[in-house]
Design a protein around this ligand. Sequence first.
Ligand code: ADP
Ligand code: MG
Ligand code: ZN
Length: 461
Amino acid sequence: MANNIQKTIFVCSECGNEHSKWYGKCQACGAWSSLIEESRITKSSSAKKTNFSAGIIKSAESIKMSNIELSEKETRYKTGISEFDRTLGGGIVKGSVSLISGEPGIGKSTLLLQICRNIEKKILYVSGEESVSQIKMRAIRLSVDSENLFVMCETNIENILSEVDKVKPDILILDSIQTAYDADISSPPGSITQTKQVALAIIEKTKSTDMATLIVGHVNKDGAIAGPKVLEHMVDVVVYFEGERTTSFRILRTIKNRFGSTNEIGVFEMNENGLCEVMDPSKSLLDGRPKNVSGNCTVCILEGTRPIIAEIQALVTKSVFPSPKRLSQGVDFNRMSLILAVLEKRLGYHFSTQDIYLNIVGGLKIDDPACDAAIMLSLVSGYKNVPIADDVIAIGEIGLAGEIRSVSFLQKRINEAARLGFKVIIIPKRNSSNIKSPDGVNIIGIKSIFEAVDLFVSQDR
Ligand SMILES: Nc1ncnc2c1ncn2[C@@H]1O[C@H](COP(=O)(O)OP(=O)(O)O)[C@@H](O)[C@H]1O
Ligand SMILES: [Mg+2]
Ligand SMILES: [Zn+2]
């Protein structure tokens, strides 16, 4: 170690830039409080030149566009799991690098192993998290017994890449990027420098061999993908696996896709045989819905391009605390506070003496403003202890004056609600002109929250 130089560097968690001292603000990208201390030993003898091509195969000179030949048209490997293929825009693209991220225990390893079940391609599954026998046990549980599946437990990127050269897989799975490391860098695995270095190496290899690579990436406490933000810029596809570990629903969401739309989601349910596709999420979410209970209201949200019926539950009880409790699960806390404020101000409800728990059934996370009206109705219904009829669905955004604002793709939402048997559909009045009403469905256009409350909860305020 005589020639080695140890130094302390500060790496930006947003852009990955290195600084020789600490700054409150990254000198490269301007992010605040993003510098993290790392120590690094540089081997002075074997100073490595990194090739920063961000994984694109470079051509030495420019070519006329009309002379560019496509070797094959964008080849996609179908995984046989249609929810997964759909999320990626039709399958895994040859020569692409996808990052599959999500909280620990959400089912990333399970999903990736299940993918191996149906693909008749050579797959190299590299795990830095589990032993070969652990993976085998899981494979047996998931009935994965592909002849073309090779498994390796390794974290040293050099060894991983030389195994890639030997096996020549069509698909490489790296579980996870945070466990892999480059021995030339002394920062611990999972640090920003390591993650970036490993990603670069993997991307270079992927692009030069034309295999497809799936990388597992953990998320940190705040739910962001751990490691440098640049990681997301470097890969072609970023997929986020979301859901509550305690409930069985899992949603696969594309955050970035160089080969397709980011509008698609895949819905799964976790059970003892692994992840099962949920073909009709609305129906599954409504299964076993309690009838005639106050505080419940349904809405049709859009997840990407898919309409999904979600059930909102509010529990409103008299508070015994000086400052009442507020809890929201699946809905942004500030959204709930805003709707409560509108109700206080415009309708004179006194929620300040009440504890309020708001929940979306099935562990869904909603950020579609069209669910405002249903949240409002469930809060009022919970407060007054008056149930809303089971065949009612409410769609609409709420403005600060208590007006119901229009929402996108209303017809799609109405059709989905009608398909699942809802008979009364509340929609924003301004949206209602071009709407076709399905048979047997009563569509009510409303202008303000007053009307909605009058219609469904009770007359006395
Ligand atoms: N032996 C088992 N039997 C049944 N379910 C299991 C078993 N092992 C793990 N699981 C389920 O799989 C989930 C973990 O999935 P996993 O793919 O390991 O998550 P990740 O890779 O995202 O950390 C657990 O939350 C659990 O629900
Ligand atoms: Mg795992
Ligand atoms: Zn930065």
